[in-house]
Design a protein around this ligand. Structure first.
Ligand SMILES: Nc1nc2c(ncn2[C@@H]2O[C@H](COP(=O)(O)OP(=O)(O)O)[C@@H](O)[C@H]2O)c(=O)[nH]1
Ligand SMILES: [Mg+2]
Length: 483
C-alpha cells in the first residue's frame, strides 16, 4: 500500500496549457474544494455552492479578490458584484470519490486567457488553497488508490503522446493492462511464498506444503512470462518515444536531398558542393502512426577543414545514438566502381542501405546493381531517387516494418514501454532465476523464500505496491503543474 496517508490540504492549479484558448480550466482538489470555490465564484442562480449537484455544470460569475476568507465561512452578507467580476464561466463539482483524484474536485471553466486563469488561481490561494506541485493531482489519484503507479505514468504518456501508436500504448497502460498482468504474476509468487513459509514453520513436523517439482514448474512458468514481457521492451520504447533515423553516407550522395524529400520541405541546404552539411539537422514526422525523427548529418570523408571535422564527429556520434541508420549510396557512382571495393560501416539488422539517384542510371542497370548488392550482402537495400520521389514509399515501409510488428498492431499481449518497468522486471527475473536454481539444488526453503520475496517486491514496484518517496518524486516531477 502507498506509504503516505491521504492529503489534508486543498490544492489548485491552472489545468489547461498557457496561451490563448477557447476555455481555460482551474482545478481545485481537496477537502475544502467547495468552500474555497464559494469564495471565488458566485452562481448565477444565486444558490449556495454547497448545494451543487455532483458532475453537473453551473453558470457562474468569477470574482476577484475573494469576498471573504475561508475562516469567516458563515458570512452571509450579499456580495458586491460591481468591479470584482473577472470573467463568467462554468463550475463543476465532482464529489469524492468519483473524481480524478478521488477527492472533492471543483473545476472552474473560464475563458482561455492567462491573466484570467492566473487571477482565479490567486483568488483560490487567497481563499485557502495551495498552488499544486507538478503532477500533484495525479500523485493524489495514486495515493488515494484511484490509479496504480503504472497508470499514473500512463497519464503522462497520454499527455505527451505524439503519434497514434504511442497514444494507443499509453491508453492500454492507463486502462490497467500492464497492472493486471503484473498483479497476476505477483500474486502467483506470493502464493508460492506462503506455501514455502508454511513449510518452514512446520519443518519439525516434516510436513511439505508444496512439492519440489511443482515449485520448479511454477517458478519456470512465471520466469517465462516475465522474460516474454522483457522481450517487448525495446519495441515498446521505440513506439513510445519514436524512431531516431540517422541519414549517413559520403558527401554528395544526396543525404540532405533525402531529408528534404521525406519531410516535403526544403529543410537542409542542398548543393553539388561536397561537404555542405556540417551541423546535425533533425526534424520529426509521423508515418503510419509512428513518430520518426530524421537526422541529416555531415558526409564522412577525409578532410582537414576543422568545421567539417567537427561535423563528421557529430555525424558519428548521431549514428551511435540512432535506432536505425540509413546508409545512402550514389547509384551513379556505384555503376562506375567495382562493388567488391564498396566499404560500409558494420551494419546491424536494423540498418538500411539506400541507393539514391537511380534516375541517373538506366533502369536495367539499377535492377542489376540492387540484385548484386542484395545477393552479396545481408543488407536490406532500397533503391530511390530523391529527385523524382521514386522508391520513397518503399523506403518508408521498410523503416516502419523494422519497428512495428503485426502482433503489436493486433493488440495482443502487454508491451513494456518504460525503462523503470523493464528494470524492475529484470530484477524480478534475476531473483527468480536464483530461486529456481536454489530449488533445483535442493537448498533450504529459507534461501528460496528470500529470492521469491525480492522478485515479488520488484514486481510490486511497477504498480506501486512497494515504493519509495524518491521514486514517487522522480515520476511525478516529470508532470506539468495542473496535472
Ligand atoms: N539526379 C539526382 N540528383 C540528386 C539526387 N539526390 C541528390 N541529388 C543531387 O546531388 C547533389 C548533392 O546532394 P545533397 O543532398 O546536398 O547531398 P549530401 O551531401 O549527401 O547531403 C545535389 O546537387 C543534389 O541536387 C537524386 O536522387 N537524383
Ligand atoms: Mg548534406
Amino acid at each position: 500500500m502507498p506509504t503516505t496517508g491521504a492529503p489534508e490540504d486543498t490544492i489548485c492549479a491552472v489545468a489547461t496549457p498557457a496561451g490563448e484558448g477557447g476555455i481555460g480550466i482551474v482545478r481545485i482538489s481537496g477537502p475544502h474544494a467547495v468552500d474555497i470555490t464559494s469564495r471565488v465564484v458566485q452562481l448565477r442562480s444565486e444558490k449556495s455552492l454547497h448545494t451543487l449537484a455532483s458532475h453537473t455544470l453551473y453558470l457562474a460569475d468569477i470574482l476577484f479578490p475573494p469576498v471573504c476568507s475561508i475562516s469567516s465561512r458563515s458570512d452571509s452578507t450579499p456580495r458586491q458584484l460591481t468591479e470584482q467580476i473577472v470573467d463568467e464561466g462554468l463550475v463543476v463539482y465532482m464529489k469524492a470519490p468519483r473524481s480524478f483524484t478521488a477527492e472533492d474536485v471543483v473545476e472552474i471553466h473560464c475563458h482561455g486567457n492567462g491573466l484570467v486563469l492566473q487571477r482565479v488561481c490567486q483568488a483560490c490561494i487567497a481563499a485557502g488553497a495551495r498552488l499544486a506541485q507538478a503532477g500533484e493531482f495525479t500523485k493524489r489519484a495514486f495515493l488515494n488508490g484511484r490509479l496504480d503507479l503504472s497508470q499514473a505514468e500512463a497519464v503522462l504518456d497520454t499527455i505527451r503522446a505524439t503519434s497514434e501508436l504511442s497514444l494507443k500504448l499509453a491508453q492500454r497502460q492507463l486502462r490497467g493492462e500492464l497492472a493486471q498482468q503484473v498483479r497476476r504474476l505477483r500474486s502467483d509468487l506470493v502464493r508460492l511464498l506462503a506455501l514455502l513459509e508454511a513449510g518452514i514453520d512446520f519443518a519439525e513436523e516434516d510436513i511439505t506444503f508444496v512439492r519440489r517439482e511443482e515449485m520448479m514448474a511454477s517458478l519456470q512458468e512465471t520466469l517465462d512470462r516475465i522474460r516474454r514481457m522483457i522481450a517487448t521492451a525495446e519495441t515498446g520504447r521505440i513506439l513510445r518515444e519514436g524512431v531516431r533515423a540517422v541519414i549517413a553516407g559520403e558527401p554528395n550522395v544526396g543525404k540532405s536531398s533525402l531529408l528534404n524529400c521525406l519531410l516535403r520541405e526544403n529543410r537542409a541546404i542542398v548543393t553539388d558542393i561536397p561537404g555542405t552539411t556540417r551541423d546535425i539537422i533533425e526534424e520529426s514526422i509521423v508515418w503510419f502512426g509512428l513518430r520518426i525523427t530524421l537526422v541529416d548529418t555531415a558526409g564522412l570523408r577525409d578532410t582537414t577543414d576543422p568545421v567539417e571535422l567537427e561535423g563528421i564527429r557529430r555525424s558519428k556520434e548521431a549514428q551511435g545514438q540512432a535506432d536505425i541508420v540509413l546508409h545512402v549510396l550514389d547509384a551513379a557512382r556505384l555503376t562506375q566502381m567495382d562493388l567488391e571495393d564498396l566499404r560500409l560501416p558494420p551494419l546491424g539488422p536494423e540498418n538500411l542501405v539506400v541507393v539514391n539517384k537511380i534516375d541517373l542510371v538506366d533502369t536495367g542497370l539499377v535492377r542489376e546493381l540492387i540484385d548484386t548488392l542484395r545477393t552479396r550482402t545481408p543488407w536490406n537495400v532500397v533503391p530511390i531517387s530523391s529527385q523524382t520521389g521514386e522508391g520513397l514509399e518503399a523506403l518508408k515501409s521498410a523503416i516502419q516494418s523494422q519497428f512495428v510488428k503485426p502482433s503489436l498492431e493486433s493488440g495482443d499481449g502487454v508491451i513494456i514501454t518504460h525503462v523503470r518497468h523493464r528494470s524492475a522486471l529484470e530484477r524480478a527475473e534475476a531473483s527468480l532465476t536464483e530461486a529456481l536454481s536454489s530449488v533445483r539444488r535442493g537448498l533450504e526453503p529459507e534461501f528460496v523464500a528470500i529470492d521469491l520475496r525480492e522478485a515479488a517486491d520488484a514486481l510490486g514496484e511497477i504498480v506501486g505496491v512497494i515504493t519509495s518517496d524518491e521514486v514517487l518524486g522522480q515520476i511525478f516531477s516529470e508532470f506539468c503543474i495542473g496535472k
